[in-house]
Design a protein around this ligand. Structure first.
Ligand SMILES: Nc1nc2c(c(=O)[nH]1)N[C@H]1C(S)=C(S)[C@@H](COP(=O)(O)OP(=O)(O)OC[C@H]3O[C@@H](n4cnc5c(=O)[nH]c(N)nc54)[C@H](O)[C@@H]3O)O[C@H]1N2
Ligand SMILES: Nc1nc2c(c(=O)[nH]1)N[C@H]1C(S)=C(S)[C@@H](COP(=O)(O)OP(=O)(O)OC[C@H]3O[C@@H](n4cnc5c(=O)[nH]c(N)nc54)[C@H](O)[C@@H]3O)O[C@H]1N2
Ligand code: SF4
Ligand SMILES: [Mo]
Length: 724
C-alpha cells in the first residue's frame, strides 16, 4: 500500500463533506487539465449498488477549482477501471503466429529490455526512442525522462504535449520568461471586466469552468469568443467573432492596430514593465482593419467594438486554447495576443493578463520534468551547462554522459524505422492522434521493436511487439499539476487487478534489466522527493512541496514556483498563485514584446481543395478515445465521427444531413456522415479527432510544424467534400 503521511500531526487528512459514510478517498479526475476534485467511495457503503470497480464518484465541493461539479467523463471514469476490455496481463507478439499472446511479466519485461538493448548495440543509443504523455503524473514523466537519458542514453524522447499547448508554452517563455498555463487562479476569470476567449470551447472541453464565464457576465463583464464555429461556448458570448481558421494572428494584430490608433495603450506600463514595443508596434500598424477583415472574414465594426471594449475595461484578459495554438504559426499567434495584453498593461495586474488553458490531466506538470526533447526537470534547459551539472548531481551521473536535445514529437514519429529503430511508448495513442496519421502508422509499423504501456489495447498498442498493462489513476498515487500550476495529489482508492503493474514498476523493471538497479524507485513519494531536489532552483521549482503539504487545506494543492525553505520550517514558502506581480521571469524582469506579422497557413485552399478543415473535440469523448470509447454512456452520447457542414456548402454539394460523405485532403480520404449546421462558417468544415479507422480526422491533417514550438497544424488544412 502507498501511504501518505501528513508532515505533522496537525495536518489532518481531508474529509470531503459529501462523504456518505466516512470512507471516501479525495482524489482527482483522470482526464483534462481542470483536474476536478472528486471523492471515490466504496460502492456498497455509498448505498450505490455495485459501482464500477466497487467505487462510485461522489462530490467534493471543498475543492475550489470545480466546487463539486463534474462533466460526464469524470463522473463515469470508474467504468474504465472495471472495463471488460481493460488489459490485465502482458501481451507478447508470437514469433510463430505473429499475434499478440498472453505472457508473464518477467518474459514481457525481458523482451522489452532485450529489444532496446539490441537496438542500442547495433545502431547506438539514439536509435532507441521514447514517447511519453501529458496524462502521466509528475513522477512518471520525471522517471521516463530520466530513464531515456540515464538508462538508454538517448536524446530521442518527446511526448504528446508537443501536440497540445507547446505554442503557448513557447510564446509564454519568450514574452514572460516562464511558461505556466494560467498565471493566476482560474476563479479570477469571473471578476475580470473583459475576457477574450480565443479558440477554446470550454463548455465542452472543461464544462465545470463554464460557471466562471456565467459569473463574469453576472458581474457585468464582457465575454468575447473567437471561434470559426458558433460553439456552446460561443453561445454564451456577448460578442462572437468567427474568423476563418488559421487567421488569428492577423486578427490579434488588427486589434492591436486599432487600440494604438484609438489611443488605448498604457504608455506608463509599456515604459516601466516591457521592452521591444517600438518594433512590435510598427509590425502591428501594418495590419489595417480592412486588410484584417479581408484575411479573417471578421467585419471591421466588430474589430472596432472588440478593440474598444478590451482597451476600456479596467481589468481584462485573453485566454487561448488549441484553436489559435495548433497552427504552424501558433507561437507567433499567441505572441500577438500577448502583445495586445502588454500594450494595454494587463499582465501582472489584478484580474488581468494572458493565460493558456492547458489540456491534458497533467499537461502542465508533464511539460516541466524532463520528458520533453530539450528539457531537464524543473523546466531546465538540456543545453544549459549549469542545469546539466545540477540534475546530473541528483542522478549521480557525469554531466557529460547526458545526451543533448532530441527531435520534437512529429519529427520523432516521422523518423521511426529510419534512424530510430525501437520505441518505448507510455501514455499516448499516436495512430489516432498524430497529424498525417496514415504516414505515422506506417512509420510505427516499420520499427524493429515497439513496446507500449497502456491500460487498454489502444490502436497503437495493437501494433506493438510487447504490451505492458498498467494501473490507472484510482489505483495509484501520484501528483499532477493543473492548468493553474496548482500541484495536486491523486490518491490510490482501489486495489488494482492482479496482473497489472504501475508505470513506475515498469520503468524500474526495465532499468534493472539494463544495469540500473538503483535510481528508479517504485514508490511515487520516493520519486517525488527526488523530483523536488532535481527541480530545486529551476523555473518550475517544486522543492518546497511535499506529499504531506498536498493533503493540507483539504487537498487544495500548492502553486509552483514553491522553493524549499531549507532546514528552517518557519520559512515555508506559501506557493505562488499569481505570477508577475512585481517582475517578469526574464533576466531584466521586463516582459518582451515580439514583433510578429501575419502569414498564410501551410496549405491554403485552391480549386482542387476548396474547403478549410479544422478539427477538435466533442463533450463526451476524450482525445484518441482510447479510454472514453470504452464507456457505454459516453458512446451513447457521441457514438462516432462526423463532419460539420454549413447548409450552404451542403446545398452546393447536394448533401443531406446524415448523408455519408468523403472528405479528401492531399494526405488521404475519410468517409463520415455529414452534420449539417449553420453554426459553422460556410467555407469551413469541422471534424472531431476521437475515432480511428475510416473516420479518423488525422488521416487528413497537415504535419507542417511551427518553427519555434514544433506544433503541427492540426487546425487548418485544405480539403474537398465528395458524395460517397
Ligand atoms: N470533451 C473533451 N474535453 C477535453 C479533451 C477532449 O478530448 N474531450 N481534451 C483535453 C485536452 S488535451 C485539450 S488540449 C483541451 C482542448 O480544449 P479546446 O481548445 O477547447 O478544444 P478544441 O475542440 O481542440 O478547440 C477549441 C475550438 O477551437 C476552434 N478552432 C478551430 N480552428 C480555429 C482557429 O483557427 N482559430 C480559432 N480561434 N479557433 C479555432 C474549434 O472550432 C473549437 O471549438 O481539452 C481538454 N478537454
Ligand atoms: N486532429 C487533431 N488531432 C489532435 C488534436 C486536435 O485538436 N486535432 N489535439 C492534440 C492534443 S491537444 C493532444 S493532447 C493529443 C492527445 O492524443 P493522445 O496522445 O493519443 O492522447 P490520449 O488519447 O489521451 O492517449 C493516452 C493513451 O495512454 C493511455 N493512458 C492513460 N493514462 C495512462 C497512464 O497513466 N499510463 C500509461 N502508460 N498509459 C495511460 C490511454 O489509455 C491512451 O491509450 O492529440 C492531439 N491530436
Ligand atoms: S472537466 Fe475535465 S477534469 Fe473535470 S470532470 Fe470533466 S474531464 Fe474530468
Ligand atoms: Mo491536449
Amino acid at each position: 500500500m502507498h501511504s501518505v503521511a501528513p508532515r505533522s500531526p496537525a495536518a489532518p487528512d481531508p474529509a470531503p463533506s459529501a462523504s456518505p459514510s466516512g470512507s471516501v478517498t479525495p482524489t482527482h479526475c483522470p482526464y483534462c487539465a481542470l483536474q476536478c476534485g472528486m471523492g471515490l467511495a466504496r460502492a456498497a457503503e455509498a448505498g450505490g449498488g455495485e459501482g464500477a470497480a466497487g467505487v462510485v464518484v461522489v462530490e467534493r465541493p471543498s475543492f475550489p477549482v470545480n466546487g463539486g461539479a463534474l462533466c460526464g467523463k469524470g463522473r463515469t471514469a470508474p467504468a474504465v477501471l472495471s472495463s471488460r476490455v481493460r488489459l490485465t496481463g502482458p501481451l507478447v507478439r508470437s514469433a510463430v503466429t505473429g499475434e499478440l499472446e498472453p505472457a508473464g511479466w518477467e518474459e514481457a519485461l525481458d523482451r522489452v529490455a532485450d529489444g532496446l538493448a539490441r537496438t542500442r548495440a547495433a545502431y547506438g543509443a539514439d536509435a532507441c526512442g521514447v514517447f511519453g504523455g501529458g496524462g502521466l503524473t509528475n513522477e512518471k514523466a520525471y522517471s521516463l525522462g530520466k530513464f531515456a537519458r540515464v538508462v538508454l542514453g538517448t536524446s530521442q524522447i518527446d511526448y504528446n504535449g508537443r501536440f497540445c499547448m507547446s505554442s503557448a508554452a513557447a510564446a509564454g517563455t519568450r514574452a514572460f520568461g516562464i511558461d505556466r498555463g494560467l498565471p493566476f487562479p482560474l476563479a479570477d476569470v469571473a471578476r475580470t471586466g473583459c475576457l477574450i476567449l480565443v479558440g477554446s470551447n470550454l463548455a465542452e472541453t472543461m464544462p465545470p469552468a463554464l460557471r466562471h464565464l456565467t459569473e463574469l457576465k453576472e458581474n457585468g463583464g464582457t465575454l468575447i469568443v473567437v471561434d470559426p464555429r458558433r460553439t456552446r461556448t460561443a453561445e454564451q458570448a456577448d460578442l462572437h467573432l468567427a474568423p476563418r481558421p488559421g487567421t488569428d494572428l492577423a486578427l490579434a494584430l488588427g486589434l492591436l492596430h486599432l487600440v494604438v490608433a484609438e489611443g488605448g495603450t498604457d504608455e506608463a506600463y509599456i515604459r516601466e514593465r516591457t521592452t521591444g514595443w517600438e518594433e512590435a508596434r510598427a509590425a502591428a500598424m501594418a495590419h489595417w482593419p480592412e486588410y484584417v477583415e479581408r484575411i479573417t472574414g471578421v467585419p471591421v465594426p466588430q474589430l472596432r467594438e472588440v478593440a474598444r471594449r478590451f482597451a476600456e475595461a479596467e481589468h481584462a484578459m485573453v485566454l487561448t486554447a488549441r484553436g489559435p495554438e495548433q497552427q504552424a504559426k501558433g507561437t507567433d499567434t499567441v505572441g500577438a495576443w500577448i502583445n495586445l495584453c502588454l500594450a494595454t498593461g494587463r499582465p501582472g495586474r489584478p484580474l488581468s493578463g494572458y493565460g493558456c488553458l492547458t489540456g491534458q490531466g497533467n499537461g502542465q506538470g508533464g511539460r516541466e520534468h524532463g520528458q520533453k526533447a530539450d528539457q531537464l526537470p524543473g523546466y531546465r534547459k538540456l543545453t544549459d551547462p549549469a542545469a546539466r551539472a545540477h540534475v546530473a548531481g541528483v542522478w549521480g551521473v557525469d554531466p557529460d554522459s547526458l545526451p543533448g536535445p532530441g527531435r520534437s514529437a512529429y519529427e520523432l514519429l516521422d523518423a521511426l524505422g529510419g534512424d530510430v529503430k525501437s520505441l518505448l511508448l507510455m501514455g499516448s495513442n499516436p495512430v489516432v492522434s498524430a497529424p498525417r496519421a496514415a504516414h505515422v502508422e506506417e512509420r510505427i509499423k516499420s520499427l524493429d521493436f515497439l513496446a507500449v504501456a497502456d491500460v487498454v489495447l489502444s490502436e497503437t498498442a495493437q501494433l506493438a511487439d510487447v504490451v505492458l498493462p498498467v494501473t490507472q489513476w484510482a489505483e495509484e498515487t501520484g501528483t499532477v499539476t493543473n492548468l493553474e500550476g496548482r500541484v495536486l495529489l491523486r490518491r490510490r482508492a482501489v486495489e488494482p487487478p492482479d496482473g497489472v503493474r504501475s508505470d513506475l514498476e515498469v520503468l524500474h523493471g526495465l532499468a534493472s534489466r539494463l544495469g540500473h538497479g538503483k535510481g528508479f524507485p517504485v514508490e511515487p513519494e520516493e520519486v517525488f522527493e527526488e523530483l523536488r531536489r532535481a527541480s530545486a532552483g529551476g523555473v518550475a521549482d517544486y522543492s518546497g512541496i511535499s506529499y504531506g503539504r498536498l493533503v493540507e487545506d483539504e487537498g487544495a494543492g500548492v502553486f509552483w514556483p514553491c522553493p524549499g525553505a531549507g532546514d528552517d520550517s518557519r520559512r515555508e514558502h506559501p506557493g505562488t498563485p499569481r505570477l508577475f506581480l512585481d517582475r517578469f521571469a526574464t533576466e531584466d524582469g521586463l516582459a518582451r514584446f515580439v514583433p510578429v506579422v501575419h502569414r498564410d497557413s501551410a496549405e491554403e485552399t485552391d480549386s482542387e481543395y476548396p474547403v478549410v478543415l479544422t478539427t477538435g473535440r466533442v463533450l463526451a469523448q476524450y482525445q484518441s478515445g482510447a479510454q472514453t470509447r470504452r464507456v457505454a454512456e459516453l458512446n451513447a452520447a457521441a457514438p462516432g465521427p462526423f463532419v460539420e457542414v454549413h447548409p450552404r456548402l451542403a446545398a452546393r454539394l447536394r448533401v443531406a444531413d446524415g448523408e455519408v460523405v468523403a472528405v479528401v485532403s492531399r494526405r488521404g480520404r475519410v468517409v463520415v456522415p455529414a452534420r449539417v449546421t449553420s453554426s459553422i462558417r460556410p467555407d469551413t468544415v469541422f471534424m472531431p479527432f476521437h475515432w480511428p479507422g475510416a473516420g479518423r480526422a488525422n488521416t487528413l491533417t497537415h504535419p507542417a510544424l511551427d518553427p519555434v514550438s514544433r506544433m503541427p497544424e492540426f487546425k487548418v488544412c485544405a480539403v474537398r467534400l465528395e458524395r460517397a
